[in-house]
Design a protein around this ligand. Structure first.
Ligand code: AMP
Ligand code: ZN
Length: 114
């Protein structure tokens, strides 16, 4: 999508600090980190939010979780743990309209969220 921030990051129009990439997803550091480890995993396909997940595109969600499990082992935060967050819609706190999963690690993240 031409006016989408994360599509522009995926295609290199806007710079980012890449963490991981394959044919289906791109992962990069969040510009405003909320934990020592805070990166975003986004599908390369433009999907506006979790509300647009259906049976024909839901495989990407499982792939994201598998990618994060591998990165946790490679990056060294598997043992202590991590949190994957998806914000959906206004009340969910979503500010960018391209499906993304936050990965937070490196401190105790706390619960419940604010
Ligand atoms: P959300 O509020 O769940 O939609 O998350 C959007 C996230 O994108 C926020 O944590 C922002 O800090 C992050 N963000 C916005 N612009 C950029 C950017 N250019 N590079 C990296 N992260 C960004
Ligand atoms: Zn997009």
């Amino acid at each position: 999508m031409s006016d989408c921030l994360f599509c522009k990051i995926i295609n290199g129009e806007i710079p980012s600090q890449k963490v991981y990439e394959d044919d289906k997803v791109y992962a990069f550091n969040d510009i405003d980190p909320q934990a020592p480890v805070h990166f975003l995993v986004v599908p390369k396909q433009h999907i506006s939010s979790a509300l647009e997940i259906n049976d024909s595109n839901s495989a990407i969600v499982g792939h994201v979780f598998a990618v994060v499990a591998n990165l946790a082992k490679e990056m060294g935060f598997a043992d202590k743990g991590y949190r994957i967050v998806n914000n959906c819609g206004e009340d969910g706190g979503q500010t960018v309209g391209h499906l993304h999963f936050h990965v937070l690690a490196g401190r105790n993240i706390g619960w419940p969220p604010g």
